[in-house]
Design a protein around this ligand. Sequence first.
Ligand code: SAM
Length: 269
Amino acid sequence: MAKQESMNSPDSARRLFVSDVSDQGTDVVLRGPSKRYVRDVLRMGRGDSLVLFDGSGMEYLSTIIEATTRNVTVRIQDKRPGTCESPLRVLIGIGLLKANKMDLVIQKASELGVQEIIPVAVRRAVPSLASDRAEQRRERWLKIAREASRQCGRTTVPEVRPVLPFEALLERGREADLSLLFTTAATRPLGALEQERAALPGQVMVLVGPEGGFTPEEEQAAQERGFLRVGLGPRILRAETAAITAMGLVQYTFGDLGGSHGDVLPTDP
Ligand code: SAM
């Protein structure tokens, strides 16, 4: 399991990702990095509470029953479905970016409740991933997605797909109820699109270009496959800014950020 990273708040500090919790019975034994994280980083011991999640959508309320130098044993007391998942399924296809920018987009996509992240090989993408490095980078992206999901309280972890050719990504777009091509050439904002639609989409595909943007041929191919062009205002945003803004706007307009379509939270005083 991935080495856990440092914590932000006491609440987030008590959550831990463990693969396939439900297959492990009532007592879950943590070893290696998970054991070290709980015992040495969080300094938790017998009697302390911990929330486990395995990406299935459930979370498991647990208590540590033993903590030794070899392992930490956790007893599951209860399980409940998570409450942080959006009713909207958002997928993002993003032209392959430089490593640190890609990391940022994956972290923010996880926080924004995206379910699937698909790096796309496009014409003007700066980096090209040699196949031996591709799997290594995907492992890193999966770790980032897992850690961001843990930190923000999600009970699922976005899928991070292997790099997909542009054509294959366009095919995937057919599965969505709404496929959006974010491009500097478009002036129509997402809000205008919302007003044109009679029903809320259940699944939205967001497509954002790399640092160099899409080629005219790529834009045309996307439109031919039913992608609608959407603009993000008059300024040219960096690809990572555009991706984060687009995901936030889609979640706000059709998902659970705006508060009007999902469970409405109690009004603040
Ligand atoms: N010169 C490139 C162009 O005009 O396409 C700039 C590309 S921009 C740095 C990277 C990506 O972010 C674009 O391909 C697009 O998907 C998105 N983007 C940036 N600013 C945008 C805007 N104002 N409206 C819509 N999409 C935008």
